[in-house]
Design a protein around this ligand. Structure first.
Ligand code: AMP
Ligand code: MG
Length: 400
């Protein structure tokens, strides 16, 4: 095949590439799931409380409910005696009114009867043997009453749209009256690694061959982002075979490929998309990960990641994770403990290690050094023409 790819360049900035990958995904759809299926998902819309919690003004202790004013004089040496006129249990409130000089036995979570406003805990009570009266060794406390709607009232926003549903948040939603939760549909992402030298784990490796580590690293990253993964396995460097594999992809929101998008003669993913598909961008002013290609194949969005292991995983962090999760990059600032160089006109993301509270470069920065990613804690952003000196503050992206 002749290819014009060497003079084809739709070079973009990192920000343009991020926006393009975001818009390569369809509009996020909502699905309603049972609470036990919602863990780890993202809320598609804000969730209002449908009920109040507590649903009544109730006791937070086991003891008696009384009128505070009746009990103010109570002390260990001079107890106050009240008549016990009944009891209020969780699920079975006391029906009548409680008058001056009276109280009811009450248990945690039981509604306060009308007339009462304070609780005296069981540890501070001495009941008469017939149960008809009780001596209080301390005053009853209004602080031990939980008021209707203290936690939330109907209509209060429990959770904002986009919230990730942790166990505590699912519990909150259920407490607020929800038996189905609106969550964003999981992205379906197909994954294909390419390269004649790429071998499945568990097979023998000849010199020059490499195990298909990218497919596993990318698979894990996709799962971390809550995506459904369609693992398409591996394809050789053969343009017709690649075309057939891409055409067979069904039902995916995005196809991620590894390898075959750089400047080499056998980088056929690039040729395929440039010559027979559509290209949104090819190459980002970025290192590592510069040769990344975004395009379309028969309506399927395809993001071609470079095969270099570090490049593919770094580009995932910079472009794919933000698009799938709808969250910006997790950037913070650290002090550099050593200089970081620039990557010419490109934005660099060097692998960094922590030394105390400072960040220093991982000693080997080549895109082929897989250990640099698994050992590194952060990616250090260095803008074009902005070298970092020891002692400067740098922007870092946390990897863990
Ligand atoms: P490419 O982007 O196809 O030019 O590949 C660049 C480098 O990444 C080469 O050294 C490949 O052997 C290596 N590589 C390509 N695909 C994978 C993969 N799936 N897992 C690990 N390394 C790979
Ligand atoms: Mg290759």
């Amino acid at each position: 095949m002749t290819h014009a790819s060497s003079d084809f360049a739709r070079f973009v900035s990192l920000e343009e590439a991020q926006a393009a990958v975001r818009s390569a995904l369809p509009q996020p759809a909502t699905e309603w799931v049972a609470p036990e299926a919602a863990f780890g998902r993202r809320l598609a819309q804000a969730l209002p409380a449908q009920v109040a919690h507590p649903s009544a003004t109730e006791s937070s202790l086991d003891g008696i409910a009384a009128r505070e004013a009746d009990t103010l004089a109570a002390a260990a040496g001079s107890p106050v005696t009240l008549q016990v006129v009944g009891e209020s249990r969780a699920g079975e409130p006391y029906a009548g009114e409680v008058n001056a000089g009276e109280c009811v036995r009450i248990y945690t979570g039981a509604p306060l009867p009308p007339g009462t406003d304070a609780i005296c805990p069981v540890e501070q009570l001495e009941f008469a043997s017939d149960g008809g009266s009780v001596r209080l060794l301390t005053p009853a406390r209004p602080q031990d009453v939980r008021h209707f709607g203290d936690d939330f009232a109907p209509g209060d926003e429990l959770l904002p749209a986009g919230a990730r549903l942790t166990p505590a948040r699912v519990a909150l939603a259920v407490a607020g009256g929800h038996d189905r939760l609106p969550v964003l549909r999981r992205w379906r992402v197909a994954l294909l690694s390419t390269g004649d030298e790429v071998r499945a784990p568990g097979t023998a490796l000849k010199p020059g061959e490499v195990y298909d580590s990218n497919r596993y690293g990318l698979h894990g990253l996709l799962l971390e982002c809550g995506a459904e993964v369609l693992d398409l396995g591996h394809a050789p460097d053969d343009v017709d075979e690649l075309a057939a594999r891409l055409s067979a992809v069904g039902g995916a929101d995005l196809l991620l490929t590894s390898g075959g998008v750089s400047m080499g003669r056998y980088d056929f993913m690039r040729d395929l998309l440039i010559e027979r598909g559509e290209v949104t961008f090819w190459k980002i002013r970025l290192r590592p990960g510069g040769p990344t290609l975004l395009g379309r194949w028969n309506g399927l969005s395809v993001l071609g990641l470079p095969g270099n292991p570090v490049s593919s995983l770094v580009v995932f962090e910079l472009l794919v994770r933000p698009a799938l999760t709808g969250q910006g990059l997790r950037v913070t600032r650290l002090r550099a403990g050593a200089p970081f160089g620039t990557a010419g006109q490109k934005t660099a993301f060097w692998r960094g290690e922590l030394r105390g509270s400072e960040v220093v470069p991982y000693p080997k920065q080549s895109s082929g050094v897989l250990r640099s990613l698994s050992d590194a804690r952060v990616l250090v952003r260095v803008g074009p023409g902005q070298p970092v000196a020891a002692g400067d503050e740098v922007e870092v992206l946390w990897l863990d």
